[in-house]
Design a protein around this ligand. Structure first.
Ligand SMILES: *[C@@H]1O[C@H](CO)[C@@H](O)[C@H](O)[C@H]1NC(C)=O
Ligand SMILES: *[C@@H]1O[C@H](CO)[C@@H](O)[C@H](O)[C@H]1NC(C)=O
Ligand SMILES: *[C@@H]1O[C@H](CO)[C@@H](O)[C@H](O)[C@H]1NC(C)=O
Length: 162
């Protein structure tokens, strides 16, 4: 029932078309859930497109860009690092501060993305940076931490079913 509660709120707030529940991930998606939990279905797309185009691609798969909260970020990072086909690839995920500069939210449900460790690029504590020129969230190697980026870059993407 993990799926329905947040989605009912999101659907009420954003008039989403439908509420879906998954017993297992459809073909093309990988389950990142902890054992015995509802599926967390993610798909890695190598579209090499802008944030918006990648998001549209996720929507065409009945999903949206990924919401890498909690240890899901760590699990996805671990997965990427162990797949040679992802070497040097950068990924769009579903965060933005385009609605209000400096307020980073997950676009799927408008929830806040906490600053700092463990998610944001921590080297010198400088991410997010770039102000109103960098309003979209991505993962960059080698660490795959969160980076604020210009949305027009050509990148791969991480889609998720909600
Ligand atoms: C992505 O697309 C851009 C523009 O078409 C191109 O310059 C770049 O080489 C492409 N990168 C990859 C990894 O395909
Ligand atoms: C990744 O980048 C490194 C350093 O630039 C390079 O040596 C390597 O060939 C790249 N790998 C791929 C698969 O592009
Ligand atoms: C942090 O690192 C980034 C990227 O290397 C750099 O642009 C920025 O100026 C640095 N910030 C500080 C406070 O050192």
């Amino acid at each position: 029932m993990k799926w329905t509660a947040p989605l009912a709120v999101a659907a009420a707030a954003l008039c989403l078309a439908s509420i879906q529940a998954y017993d297992e991930c459809p073909e093309g998606f990988i389950d990142f859930a902890d054992v015995n939990m509802s599926p967390v279905c993610m798909s890695f797309v190598h579209e090499n497109t802008s944030w918006h185009e990648t998001r549209n691609h996720c929507k065409s798969m009945n999903g949206d860009l990924g919401q890498l909260t909690g240890n899901l970020h760590q699990k996805v990072t671990h997965f990427i690092k162990h797949r040679p086909e992802f070497e040097n690839k950068t990924f769009w995920i579903g965060g933005s501060d385009v609605t209000m500069e400096g307020r980073w939210v997950w676009v799927i449900d408008d929830t806040d993305i906490p600053r700092g460790t463990p998610h944001w690029f921590p080297c010198n504590g400088s991410e997010p940076d770039g102000g109103s020129f960098q309003n979209y969230l991505g993962l960059l190697p080698p660490g795959y931490y969160f980076h604020s980026l210009n949305g027009y870059g050509f990148r791969s993407g991480i889609c998720q079913l909600f």
